[in-house]
Design a protein around this ligand. Sequence first.
Ligand code: TPP
Length: 346
Amino acid sequence: MTVAPRLDRDHGQHLLHQMLRVRRFEEKCVELYSAAKIRGFMHLYIGEEAVAVGIMEALEPKDAIVATYREHGHALVRGVSADAVMAEMYGKVEGCSRGRGGSMHLFDAATRFYGGNAIVGGGLPLAVGLALADKLQGRECVTACFFGDGAVAEGEFHESMNLAALWRLPVLFCCENNLYAMGTAIERYESETDLALKAASYEMPAWTVDGMDVMAVEGAARKAAAEVRGGMPCFLELRTYRFRAHSMYDPDLYRSKEEIERWKQHDPIAALTAQLQEAGLLSAGDIEELERSVAEEVEAAIAFAEAGTLEPVEDLERFVYWEPPLPTPAEEVAAGGDSTDESATA
Ligand SMILES: Cc1ncc(C[n+]2csc(CCOP(=O)(O)OP(=O)(O)O)c2C)c(N)n1
């Protein structure tokens, strides 16, 4: 299902800018990972940017988002600052999860970005719970839940779909079908590989969308979000592809170089660039300017993360039990104090 939204200069360049922010941020993360500045697990979204960018266009600030461990792009596009995301990647206290989550656990209550979740399918029941809370309290919000095709094989997926449909909960299910769950191709673990068809059995509207086409994703997301706001959960299967390995530890031996190259011909950034250029809506100067501003944002984020603080070892056992909410970095500066001071949290 594809509904093409308006394509004008400002909007087209805005979409391109958002996808470039994600792509260039992650390309830098690869370099930083090689330099051991970023450690632990890291999963890249390169190739899939059109999905997060297109879906976020249909969401409002009051809406909630639940994502997976492949969520740098979702956080950035939602409005979590590149500084806070990069500091989190570095494990610094100034990160959006105070350096405790790292790449897989970005979290930001202010933008209703509720993770970042390392458990495959783990975000689905959380999204249903958030939507249930919104509904019971009369708030007209959508919860957008991103998950991979691999999650469809999990019990949590089916329980979540069932309850969302039964109770008419405002969840927008966004399945990022990149055809693989780690090294396993979808036809080796799914009895029905048409995931929208599978979802439709729960009696909710379900469509398949070209996830490499940001305009198509935005169009479908707007239509689906309108349905959800009208009281009906919806499921979108976004057909996409990751250009990089599953994670930094994956030798990527389960798919051919030819297959990867074939999908790269549908690179969402190159496709939108060409579309805008053909329509006379993007000049070489515009591209240069977009790249310049993105590079500046990423460089500033790296400088912010480099200058950040590592949590002291004495704090290791904090947050196991409840503590009063922590001051924000801005509040700490205003108070002229240090939140790691034991007396502030006892
Ligand atoms: C419950 C659970 N089982 C297994 C894993 C190990 N695991 C990590 S990623 C992954 C593949 C998930 O694939 P998919 O949902 O399609 O998302 P993608 O990585 O392709 O974005 C698996 C099996 C896990 N993290 N959680």
